[in-house]
Design a protein around this ligand. Structure first.
Ligand SMILES: C[S@@+](CC[C@H](N)C(=O)[O-])C[C@H]1O[C@@H](n2cnc3c(N)ncnc32)[C@H](O)[C@@H]1O
Length: 403
């Protein structure tokens, strides 16, 4: 399915995540202990980030010559790819003993560079200086991060048990069958995104993706069909924002709380079919809901006037919209046209009885006109977002658009 959506050439890697680290001795067959993270890119322009180095990895660099070059660890001087010019003796200056690479292998660099490394005391001959040569690998010279590989053990990416405990600690229950540990999502977001990027989880579940994205300074969109939105996602993200979620990756990224989110509940479909298959306005829409929905569809700002009944929304200072479920007569249209005067008005009504001849009025029928505005059977639905409600003024505030 991902091949169909993204194109096979955009497949990057199948990452194997060790989701369980124990297996019951009485388990039948061969128990399942891993899961797959399928990595697809949107296009060739995608570049992955390096993984941040952990303290554990940095602590491997435990020697220090106190010469300003910082901490180092030993590394192999041999490489497998053979090059005849990299086969030469290295002489231990303390013992005068000469070392040659074993047959079929060679040193990792040329004689020239090796001489320089010897001079710069970058070659280590053991604690007493009596042993075979090894390379001193300095922490400050290794790359800023680690190249991610396709095997993610539970020590690095977390496991199922950990995620269950995270949810338990956060919401007092672990009612979710397949939660992901925050560390797993953190790794994915570290590789694939940068601060400020938008992260989408269209199957939000317990909301781990949004919670982790939030703590990592990414923006996020989550979509959820079921009740998890109220039982898991909103309470979880509120705790994240209030700084009350002390679990998951909170400590690792030093999350203190902050930010906010908006929550929208999708309205029922504006149009439904009646028993004869005709498109009609959904009965659950009352007059203000219908007007607001049509304003959005037409690119008008919904702002019903208290005094002028036909000004229910505007697109400019002089262009208004009027939605009515009544059939308009010629006399009513004439009256409207007179009141609109030198401004313009879009009138949406189910029917009108007259030949409209008013230059300041544009009259369209609902639901016929709405139907024409809907997109059917497109491969590529263009989502119009310019009329989204404004962000709330204060962070942390919830807005409920139950339209
Ligand atoms: C396995 S969970 C996702 C887990 C989540 N991504 C995480 O990392 O913890 C799948 C979720 O997708 C939701 N879902 C299924 N079909 C959906 C749809 N068409 N639109 C939105 N959500 C959907 C389900 O209700 C369920 O909560």
């Amino acid at each position: 399915m991902c091949d169909e959506v993204f194109g096979r050439h955009n497949f990057v890697r199948n990452i194997v995540w060790q989701k369980k680290y124990t297996s019951a001795n009485d388990a039948a067959g061969i128990p399942d202990s891993h899961d797959h993270v399928l990595v697809y890119r949107k296009s060739e322009t995608f570049t992955r980030n390096l993984l941040p180095r952990t303290d554990k990895q940095n602590n491997l660099y435990k020697y220090d010559d106190q010469n300003g070059r910082g901490r180092w660890r030993t590394d192999n001087l041999l490489v497998k790819s053979f090059s005849a010019s990299a086969v030469f003796p290295i002489v231990n200056p303390n013992t005068r003993r000469a070392y040659l690479p074993p047959l079929g292998s060679c040193w990792r660099t040329s004689r020239e560079t090796m001489d320089r490394w010897l001079q710069e005391e970058r070659i280590y001959f053991g604690k007493q200086g009596q042993g075979a040569p090894q390379l001193k690998r300095y922490l400050q010279e290794v790359q800023a991060g680690l190249v991610p590989i396709s095997w993610w053990p539970h020590e690095e990416a977390g496991h199922n048990d950990e995620s269950k405990k995270e949810l338990q600690a956060l919401l007092g229950r672990d009612t979710f069958a397949t939660p992901k540990p925050e560390r797993l999502i953190q790794r994915i977001l570290a590789i694939a995104t940068n601060p400020g990027d938008l992260v989408l989880d269209s199957f939000a579940g317990s909301g781990t993706t949004g919670a982790v994205a939030h703590k990592m300074g990414r923006r996020w969109i989550m979509v959820e069909l079921g009740e998890h939105c109220h039982t898991h996602i909103i309470p979880r993200l509120q705790k994240v924002i209030d700084g009350e979620d002390r679990g998951g990756i909170t400590k690792a990224v030093d999350w203190q709380g902050g930010g906010g989110f908006r929550y929208y509940q999708l309205a029922p479909s504006l149009l439904t079919q009646d028993k004869w298959g005709n498109w009609v306005i959904n009965r659950s829409y009352n007059a203000p809901m219908l007007t607001e929905a049509l304003c959005k569809l037409e690119g008008f700002t919904y702002a019903p006037s208290d005094t002028v009944y036909w000004q229910q929304g505007y697109s400019t200072e002089r262009d208004f919209i009027y939605v009515t479920t009544a059939t308009l007569t010629q006399a009513q249209l004439q009256h409207l046209s007179d009141e609109v005067a030198d401004r313009t008005l879009l009138v949406l009504c189910p029917a009108f009885r007259a030949h409209p001849d008013h230059p300041n009025l544009t009259i369209k029928k609902i639901p016929k006109h709405v139907l024409a505005r809907c997109e059917w059977s497109h491969d590529d639905y263009s989502l119009r977002v310019e009329n989204l409600p404004q962000a709330p003024a204060k962070p942390g505030q919830l807005l409920l658009f139950n339209q």
